[in-house]
Each structure stands twice: as C-alpha cells, then as structure tokens.
Write a protein that binds this ligand. Structure first.
Ligand code: GLA
Length: 347
C-alpha cells in the first residue's frame, strides 16, 4: 500500500486556440489552479470522492465493459485512464480541485493526468499526455488535440510554452516580470461543446485534405476551398498560427502592447471565422479592453462559453473576481507530479 499525492495543473491558453488538432502552434501556461488526488494505492477497486462534485466512484479493477454511462460522470475520466493505462491496482482517496469545471481551463485533462499519476501508471510525460487525450475520447467522445494535456504535463514556472503540435517540440518562453495574467469566468457554462468541437475539427480536416497542413498554407491558398464555412475555419487556423509566432516574439522582446494586439486579433478570428465565441464572451472581452492597463483579452480554450484570459500591467485590475463574480490572477507553474506521502501528512 502506497500513500500518494498527485497534482496536475490546469492551463490557460494565452493564444493559439483550435490549432492543436490541425498540427499548428499554441502558447499556453500551466496554472496554479488544478486537481489534486490524495490517497492510498492498493486493493482491488478504485474508491474516490470529490470535494467539487456529488457522488462516490466505486470501480472494481480492472476496468471492464462500457464506461459511457458510469456515474458519477467525472468517474468516467478516471475509469478511462485506468482502463487505457492498463492498471489493475485499486486506489482509495479523494479528489480536490480548485479549477472551474468545463470553463476552458482544462479541468478534465487535469483530472485525467492526476488520476494516471495517482494510480501509478508508469509512462513518460509525452505518453502520459497521449494517454489523457485518449481517455478524453473514451470517456466523453471529444476528439480533442494535445494542448491541455501537454500544458499540464510540461508546465514551466514563470514561462509560457510554445508548443508545435506537428513536431511536439515545446519551447518555454519567459513571461515578462511586469505582466499579470487574469482569467475571468463569463458565467456562461459551455453547452454542446462536444459535438460543436468535433464539427469544427472536421472542417479543419476537410480544409487540410485540399491545402495540405494548414500551418504551412497561406491565406492566398484559401481560394482553392469552395465551401465558404470550411474556408473561414481554415482562415482562422492559418492566421492564428502566424499570431502565435508573433505573440511569442512579442513576449521575448517584452512588448506587451504587441502581445495584446495579437490576443485581440485572435479573439476576433475565433468570433468571426471559427464561430466559437458567444455574445457574453464578446461583451466581457470588450469590457476588459476598456479598462486602463489591459493589454489584451480573448476567449480561451474551446469557446462556446467559459473563460476569458487578459494580460495586464501590474495591479491594473485589483480584484479579478469582482468583474463577474468569478475570476483569478494566475501564475505559470511547473508540471504535474506525484509524491509519496508519509502516514501523518494530509494535503
Ligand atoms: C479544448 C481541447 C484542446 C484544444 C482547445 C482549443 O481545450 O481539449 O485540444 O483544441 O479546446 O484550442
């Protein structure tokens, strides 16, 4: 029996959304909000409670059969990780999370990676990220890319991660010391994100079949796509990848004004070309951009509701939570990790 604490950070994507599944680039940070699982490895069942959601997961090991109707729903992510991770060892413990759920901050990837580490699945960080990606599809059928999982598994304190999803190269980019990163919840829960996400991804695949890899294409190539919707989706991916490179360059030269301009252009592209924003998210971005000291703001993650990320100068917004009722000043932190616990240690 081994007592462990596994922690996996959530992430906020500064720029580069809906580019991972098209082999493009993104610039996320792992954040100081995440999922922690504490408990004892051993026995022949997983028994978990959550401090955030109702229900108790009781899962005889090894996981067999259909997990798509398992209750509580969050247990499906844990079951998928256990099944795909090929583990048959049980676990008794608790799940703690301070991430808003389903709000574009990777609550599910964070749970999956913490679960894999807690269960003792023995994989390197890249394999761990891939396992969590496969578990997402197995648990809830969302054909996501690797943005969330790589951010959690490869976080670097005080750095953004420039991730190239074609090569899986991850280049840490130092954040300027005078910039603050705020995450503001729009109050809008995401709806239909799974099917709308799959539909957006399919449009990018249709464009790739015509143009080849979108990150290597140019806006001039778009005339070759007859379908106007597919053309708009591809226009977003092509221009978003260019913005990510521009934004990384702006960070390197401490140019937060340029960085903010890329963020705003990214939001507009997600709104107009990729059509994953909502009037509530648009209004929140506008409201933040009107405040002094705010360099940029945009929706973050898949869209369809959830959170907005803003980059500001020091102290520009005193209390992020005061804007809509739920908001956080976040820091870039290191990667997911598991540590053994002594008998007397709690969280
Ligand atoms: C979700 C998915 C990611 C990524 C983002 C959008 O978070 O899980 O793979 O596609 O949306 O950038």
């Amino acid at each position: 029996m081994t007592r462990v604490r596994a922690h996996a950070p959530g992430r906020v994507n500064l720029i580069g959304d809906h580019t991972d599944h098209a082999g493009g680039v993104s610039l996320p940070i792992a954040i100081d909000l995440g999922t922690t699982i504490v408990g004892t490895r051993g026995g022949d069942a997983i028994d978990l409670r959550s401090d955030r959601a109702d229900g108790h997961l009781h899962l005889p090991m090894p996981v067999r059969g259909d997990i798509s109707s398992l209750e509580p729903v969050w247990g499906r992510y844990v079951a998928a990780v256990a099944e795909l991770g090929g583990t048959s060892v049980g676990f008794v413990g608790e799940v703690h999370s301070d991430l808003p759920l389903g709000a574009g901050l990777s609550s599910s990837a964070s749970l999956e990676i913490a679960a894999a580490l807690a269960l003792g699945v023995d994989l390197d960080r890249l394999e761990l990220a891939r396992l969590a990606q496969a578990a997402e599809f197995r648990a809830v059928g969302v054909p996501c890319g690797l943005l969330d999982q790589l951010s959690s598994a490869f976080g670097v304190a005080d750095h953004a991660l420039l991730i190239d999803f074609a090569t899986l190269a991850i280049t840490p980019v130092q954040l300027p010391s005078d910039c603050e990163i705020l995450v503001i919840h729009s109050g809008e829960e995401r709806t239909l994100a799974g099917s709308a996400y799959a539909e957006r991804r399919a449009a990018c695949e249709a464009a790739t079949a015509i143009l080849g890899p979108l990150p290597a294409a140019s806006p001039d190539d778009l005339d070759r796509i007859a379908d106007p919707v597919v053309r708009r989706r591809a226009h977003h991916v092509i221009t978003e990848c260019a913005r990510v490179h521009g934004a990384a360059e702006a960070l390197r030269s401490d140019d937060l004004t340029a960085f903010g301009a890329h963020m705003v252009a990214s939001h507009n592209s997600l709104r107009d070309d990729f059509e994953v924003s909502t009037p509530t998210l648009d209004a929140l971005v506008e409201r933040l951009l009107d405040l002094p000291g705010v360099f940029g703001a945009r929706l973050t993650g898949a869209g369809f509701g959830g959170c907005v990320v803003a980059v500001t100068g020091p102290g520009a917004i005193d209390e992020p939570a005061a804007i809509t009722g739920r908001g956080w000043r976040v820091r870039a932190v290191g990667p997911a990790a598991v540590t053994p616990l002594h008998a007397s240690e709690q969280l």
